[in-house]
Design a protein around this ligand. Structure first.
Ligand code: HEC
Ligand code: HEC
Length: 604
């Protein structure tokens, strides 16, 4: 709770500093650094007033023991009101957003190895679907907490300064949030009412764009956005069943168009970019545009920036056995390009010929995650390579010995010098070229990407149906986020999630695999025990066998595990399982469609 109470004070300090900057600049007779958009803020505050009013009304209905149906309907309306201002809360007050609409799981304070109890709309969803009178006190407690948060929104927006570039950036993020998290139903996992909420989020975008446009009547992009948003809303109003919604066409036909038009709007209105490096490039029209992603948002610092030259040198080293102790192995011994950089084994053999404890993961798209290895024990690829090279079982190499070998090799020496301009090759440079090579292994050219770019013949009927099931009935996209299909959370891509599935030692699902995963490094955090990073599903058709232990031989075995409801449903004691244990009730035919869809994620 400590962080919570600290936050508004920090914001106040921040605003005070902003005011200082402003007055200083005025003194110098310069343009103010921050323009303040009062009308935009008033709209947020007004929406927030509605939000608070609706929560209070729901409280009254709860106290009167109203019908479950009525309570649920009112609850849905509260969520819709939140969605109207979600763009602003998520961007300007991310900490409040976590406690208003974060997952109904404890918030982990990694540095302090502690957990904070969850609260907010998703906890309330669990209490309303279904509603039980004996939970009345808890419902009240949660509604009161929500009113507190709503007060925080008001007080904050009364004092903070928001500028036009930030507002645009926030709205753009919201459009991308809808295109990934929103349509996956990640925040209504029980009620599945998300399709009914998206119109409110889209309206929030439309109305605010109108507010920040300099000339509403002349702005062509703005008009097109409004009409695109209206037609998207019409489709959403007609199709509210998550199990039958046509996600595969809704994204390219509507959502991609909206994000692309927003880029036109930005250019037309000459809105500058906010100055931070983001994983999604500022000039990406859609998630699926060529070069939409910037690998430099995942590096430890500026000097580690990606270049083709570094990647080419890294490629050479990746295949060179000098990286191992006795020149017997290269990285490619276990990470074989034809198998999407895996090795086809459940677990690879160590140098001493015993089995390693985990399965070799694919390196495709490994550059787009904030956690390396199944247990995320390293933050970035630079840290990862030193771990592997020096690992006794994997390569048992000594970075200093390797450096000596490299410094004796004329070709390597010249190549390193050309890139880094230093006398001798240094350890971080060796790590950086290997990491750069891995960052280059993200082609984004699968049939699915093609389909998303408008080529309607790129996927088969079964694959399209499979994607609709993947997002809708099977709820896979609430963890394997579109468009990377890993656990790196859109639209900011600033963190990568781990999850607890309750994996068995093999596809027969008879014995629980007791690998603690990430929990090994956070013994006091109950939620993290047996948790593993959500891997990308891109190219998973080529990466069998599956899971951190390589225990599942085929995608069919993986699907059977999910369809039943994960470890809990096989009788394992995994109290902290984050995967829903409700059976998915997929038919054999539907399972086959999902597997076919995963094949459409193979890079060409
Ligand atoms: C003996 C086989 C083997 C060799 C050789 C090997 N790796 Fe790996 N690699 C693995 C295994 C197994 C893991 C997973 C270990 C874990 O998660 O605990 C892994 C994990 C990784 C990861 C993390 C990927 C992710 O998504 O978490 C990267 C990156 C990686 N290796 C790169 C390399 C590089 C670069 C080299 C050469 C310097 C290399 N590996 C050599 C077997 C190997
Ligand atoms: C609650 C989050 C969550 C959901 C929902 C989820 N996954 Fe996963 N998925 C994970 C995690 C975490 C792993 C890695 C688990 C491990 O190895 O212990 C994983 C692993 C996989 C793998 C193995 C990948 C590999 O490289 O070994 C496949 C395939 C997969 N998931 C497909 C799916 C499909 C299809 C669905 C929907 C039916 C789905 N997932 C739903 C979190 C999730």
């Amino acid at each position: 709770m400590k962080k919570l109470s600290k936050y508004p004070i920090l914001l106040l300090l921040y605003s005070a500093a902003t005011l200082l900057v402003l007055s200083y600049c005025k003194g110098e007779k310069q343009q103010p650094v921050y323009e303040d958009l009062g009308s935009v803020k008033s709209r947020i505050i007004n929406t927030n007033t509605d939000f608070e009013k609706q929560i209070n009304e729901l409280k009254t209905l709860v106290s009167k023991d109203s019908d479950e149906k009525i309570l649920q309907e009112r609850f849905e309306n509260i969520r819709k009101t939140y969605k109207k201002m979600e763009w602003a809360i998520e961007y300007f007050l991310p900490h409040s957003a976590r406690f208003i609409n974060g997952p109904a799981l404890p918030e982990i304070e990694m540095d302090e190895h502690t957990e904070i109890d969850p609260e907010g709309l998703q906890v309330l969803e669990e209490l309303f679907y279904p509603y039980q009178k004996e939970n009345k006190d808890e419902v009240n407690r949660m509604l009161n907490k929500l009113i507190n948060k709503s007060n925080t929104i008001k007080t904050n927006f009364q004092v903070i300064t928001v500028s036009r570039d930030q507002v645009f950036d926030a709205l753009r993020q919201e459009a991308f949030r809808i295109s990934s998290l929103g349509i996956s139903g990640f925040d209504t996992p029980i009620s599945g009412t998300f399709l009914k909420e998206i119109p409110s989020a889209l309206e929030g975008i439309k109305e605010t764009l109108e507010q920040i446009s300099t000339d509403r009547s002349k702005d062509k992009a703005l008009k097109s956005i409004a009409s695109e948003i209206n037609s998207a809303i019409e489709i959403l109003k007609k199709n509210t069943d998550k199990n039958t919604f046509d996600y595969i066409n809704f994204i390219p036909d509507h959502l991609n168009k909206i994000t692309a038009l927003m880029l036109d709007f930005k250019n037309q209105e000459k809105i500058p970019d906010v100055e931070v490096t983001t994983a999604l490039n500022k000039n990406a029209a859609t998630f699926f545009s060529k070069n939409a992603f910037n690998p430099n948002a995942f590096t430890p610092g500026k000097e580690y920036a990606f270049s083709e030259e570094k990647a080419a040198l890294g490629h050479k080293l990746f295949n060179d056995k000098i990286l191992s102790n006795n020149n017997s192995r290269s990285c490619a011994t276990c990470h074989i390009p034809e198998k999407a950089f895996t090795d086809g084994l459940a677990r690879s053999m160590s140098l001493e010929n015993s089995e390693l404890s985990r399965n070799t993961p694919s390196l495709n798209y490994a550059g787009f995650q904030h956690g390396q290895f199944w247990d995320m024990r390293k933050d970035d690829l630079e840290g990862q390579s030193s771990d592997v090279i020096s690992n006794k079982e994997e390569m048992h190499g000594d970075l200093n010995v390797i450096l000596a070998k490299i410094n004796q090799d004329k070709n390597y020496q010249t190549a390193f010098k050309k890139i880094y301009h230093s006398q001798k090759t240094e350890v971080w440079q060796l790590q950086n070229v290997l990491a750069s090579y891995i960052r280059s292994l993200a082609k984004f050219n699968s049939d699915f990407d093609e389909y998303m770019r408008g080529n309607k013949s790129a996927m088969t009927k079964s694959q399209k149906q499979g994607f609709n099931l993947f997002v809708g009935k099977a709820q896979c996209a609430i963890c394997h986020f579109i468009p990377l299909f890993n656990g790196t959370v859109p639209p900011t891509f600033k963190k990568t999630e781990q999850e607890v599935l309750g994996i068995a030692t093999n596809g027969e699902n008879k014995t629980f695999d007791n690998d603690l995963g990430r929990g090994k490094f956070h013994e006091t955090v109950a939620t993290l025990q047996h948790s593993f990073k959500t891997p990308t599903l891109r190219n998973s058709n080529k990466t069998a066998p599956y899971m951190h232990n390589g225990g599942y031989k085929t995608l069919k075995e993986v699907m059977n595990f999910y369809n039943k409801g994960g470890g809990k449903s096989f009788g394992f004691k995994v109290e902290n399982q984050t995967l829903s244990d409700a059976p998915l009730q997929l038919t054999e035919h539907e399972i086959d469609d999902i597997i076919e869809f995963m094949k459409a994620l193979d890079d060409q």
